[in-house]
Design a protein around this ligand. Structure first.
Ligand code: SF4
Length: 736
């Protein structure tokens, strides 16, 4: 039996703790959120009004904003002083939202591609023509081959409402969210298979004694309130353990940096657990009260001695022991971070299970400084599309694989089905806010999938690499121009009194040109496809008000409260309804290891280095690649090369290189070399998201190297079907 995962269950404690229904309105003359707010602003701006109710979406974290408006134009964004989440702080990307809003390259009108997919020629058309075409084409395909012949690739809050329309009401199971299958899906399902709860990232770092990070690189990965908690913990004297092949911004602050061989993290975690168990240094009381299958796990990992792990992980045995002793000495007040982007090597479900089990071995649940589930506001009304009674089976269910898949369908299964036509054809494609060229490995395969489609529609704010493949391209409102999702959360760790907040997104300015919001676009397509009677909300204001009615609030009231409603919170510590499955019988029944198990991955062949990638502090992957302010900060990605490897290859700092992967794929663009002992000799590292190929991105096109183009080899995680993307190897070729 596979887990019965619903999207809502899966999302219920997601880090953003947001009510995930975007409720945008669509009216060209949307009322702006401008009010005469009595807010104390950190900046002084003459002749401006302060607009409240902004919620950032330059990344998914959703900090609360105010905007400075002069003559109807947004001139500056700041954190909302009333926020108990990010406060007045926002990051570089948050600030640069202004530049995104007025980017001259933004999509402005509905467009039709009269050229080829991949080499488009755009012709401006009316909204009526665009909507008629989308609805007619999608309906014809679904009528002929069934709803399952449509695939949808959504991303971001704007895409949730249309995703529910196509998934629930039209009825296709072929929905693939990059955030699930290329990012955090493995983490959430592995924790659910261990403690029946997906983790959020609100581990109590501010009040902990030890922060344990495996592959997390805070400082380069910036989510404002999260980084504040991390820094508060360090300020309070927490020890920091960082496991990373690279000397990241976090490694630079660490007490212990474990420069591990890529792909061997599970071996490292098993050896720590085994050491603690063998030496009776684990949390015996906790394990007895909350654990199940502990003896089975203890017996199964007995072979993982410090020495064996040291050899596998290429780190000293004494260092593994040092980490284990540090954790034991401070348990249960240790923060084992579950990570965010965890699709690495195709053995990732096991690593995430091991992290959850290590948390259990230490009893680090529900006490200060540990894994906690802070309680946010409850009671917002749910608004969603009605579900079809008889639903199509998913591709993974048909093939009886990936029983622990996140909600939706693994992207590679959709691609394979579309390309082969087996077990059925997929001929219509809706891409909403996602850029599968840059998010999904093996670009050639993605392009092949798109080429065989009868119809491709894209909705986005900016041109991206994927929009080049659209037949119809529609301009979405940005997060600064629309009502939308309601961000909720809680603050528990910076004050003695807990508080909760409710912050619906409100427009700071009216939408420009012919941009429309997703509810309007979806409803218009739905009407034309014959689903007009099923439309759940007519406008964003109606929708947001309906949601807020569940907690006896309204837009008007929250506007009067400066954009954020505060209410008393609840103590996040204390009894948790918890069982830790150290051994999971159901996993074993499905053919997977019942206890966390190390699965080795391929090592770099001679002459090659493993391609590792990560976040840049001033970019959100590819989404900010055309932002002139952010590109002024960083417009390319250096290639981190180990100093010894550089000497062997006769490369020096600043040399220009191309990368060629194991399948002979060469990077379209070049980058410069950064020579450093801060990366292992068997690996190189670049920032993800650079090297866009769309010439309509006049700032970002061809800047830096596109790592996704070099990730041609997929390692599919067996439990989840998610894609491991760090099993590709590259050679560096010096460019004269
Ligand atoms: S962390 Fe930065 S980009 Fe992300 S929501 Fe906050 S301000 Fe915006």
């Amino acid at each position: 039996m596979a887990m019965n995962l619903t999207r809502r269950h899966f999302l219920k404690t997601a880090s953003i703790a947001a009510a995930s229904i975007p409720l945008s309105q669509v009216v060209a003359k949307a009322e702006s959120g401008v009010v005469k707010a009595p807010l104390v602003s950190p900046g002084t701006f003459k002749n401006t009004q302060t607009a409240v109710g902004g919620v950032c979406e330059m990344c998914f974290w959703r900090c609360q904003l105010v905007g400075k408006i002069r003559d109807g134009r947004l001139i500056k964004l700041e954190g909302n002083p009333k926020s108990i989440d990010n406060g007045v702080s926002i990051c570089a990307r948050g600030n640069a939202g202004v530049k995104m809003l007025y980017d001259p390259d933004r999509l402005k009108y509905p467009m039709k591609n009269v050229g080829k997919r991949g080499a488009p020629k755009w012709q401006r058309i009316t909204w009526d023509e665009a909507l008629d075409t989308c609805a007619t084409k999608l309906k014809a395909i679904a009528d002929r081959d069934g709803a399952k012949s449509l695939a949808i690739f959504p991303h971001g809050s704007s895409a949730t409402y249309p995703m529910h329309f196509f998934e629930h009401t039209v009825g296709t199971p072929n929905v693939s969210e990059a955030s699930f299958f290329q990012c955090r899906g493995i983490r959430d399902t592995a924790y659910m298979a261990t403690i029946d709860t997906p983790p959020n990232e609100d581990v109590d770092m501010a009040n902990t004694k030890v922060i344990f990070l495996l592959g997390c690189h805070f400082g380069e990965n910036i989510h404002v309130s999260h980084v504040k908690r991390y820094l508060k913990g360090l300020e309070n004297g927490a020890k920091l353990v960082v496991v990373d092949p690279r000397y990241s911004a976090s490694a630079a602050k660490s007490d212990i940096w474990v420069q591990i061989r890529p792909g061997t993290d599970t071996a490292f975690l098993l050896a720590i657990m085994n050491y603690l168990i063998q030496n009776k240094k684990y949390n015996i009381d906790f394990v007895e009260e909350y654990g199940e299958g502990f003896e089975k796990m203890a017996a199964g990992i007995k072979g993982w001695t410090l020495e064996k792990a040291a050899q596998e992980c290429d780190v000293p045995a004494a260092q593994i022991k040092e980490v284990a002793e540090l954790l034991a000495a401070n348990m249960p007040n240790v923060a084992i971070h579950p990570g965010r982007h965890v699709s690495w090597y195709g053995n990732d479900f096991q690593r995430q299970r091991a992290l959850a089990c290590l948390t259990g071995v230490l009893g680090a649940f529900g006490v200060p400084g540990s894994f906690v589930l802070p309680k946010g506001p409850k009671g917002l009304t749910k608004i969603t599309w009605p579900k079809k009674e008889a639903h199509e089976e998913s591709l993974q269910a048909m093939a009886d694989v990936h029983h622990y898949s996140p909600p939706g369908t693994p992207t590679d299964l959709i691609r394979n089905t579309a390309i082969t036509g087996k077990p059925y054809p997929i001929k219509g494609c809706v891409i909403w806010g996602q850029n599968p060229i840059q998010t999904i490995p093996n670009q050639e395969k993605t392009i092949k999938m798109l080429e065989q489609m009868e119809f491709v529609m894209c909705v986005d704010v900016m041109p991206t690499d994927i929009t080049m493949f659209a037949d119809i391209l529609l301009p979405d409102c940005s997060y600064l121009e629309r009502y939308d999702m309601i961000k909720t959360g809680t603050q528990w760790d910076f004050a003695d009194t807990q508080q909760q907040y409710i912050a619906p997104r409100m427009p700071l300015v009216a939408p420009g040109f012919e941009r429309k919001e997703s509810i309007w676009i979806t409803n218009e397509i739905a009407k034309r496809m014959g689903y007009g009677d099923k439309i759940p909300v007519k406008s964003q204001e109606e929708g947001v008000d309906k949601m807020l009615a569940g907690v006896n609030l309204s837009i008007a009231q929250i506007k009067a409260e400066d954009g954020i409603h505060l209410q008393p919170g609840k103590d996040p510590y204390g009894e948790m309804d918890l069982t830790v499955l150290f051994y999971n019988e159901e996993l074993e029944d499905n053919g997977y290891p019942g206890i966390p198990t190390y699965i080795p991955v391929e090592r770099a062949p001679a002459g090659y280095a493993r391609l590792l990638y990560g976040r840049s502090p001033v970019h959100t992957f590819n989404r900010t690649q055309n932002n002139a302010w952010l590109m002024a900060e960083m417009d390319t990605t250096p290639v981190w090369v180990n100093d010894k490897l550089a000497a062997k290859l006769e490369l020096k700092e600043g040399d220009t290189v191309s990368l060629v992967n194991q399948d002979g794929v060469k990077s379209r663009t070049t980058a410069t070399v950064k020579v450093t002992p801060g990366i292992r000799e068997d690996s190189v590292y670049i920032y993800h998201g650079f090297g866009s190929m769309n010439p309509d991105m006049t700032v970002g096109c061809n800047k830096g190297i596109d790592d996704t183009s070099l990730i041609t080899k997929l390692a599919v995680d067996p439990e989840t079907g998610a894609h491991g993307m760090r099993n590709n190897f590259v050679k560096l070729v010096k460019v004269s």
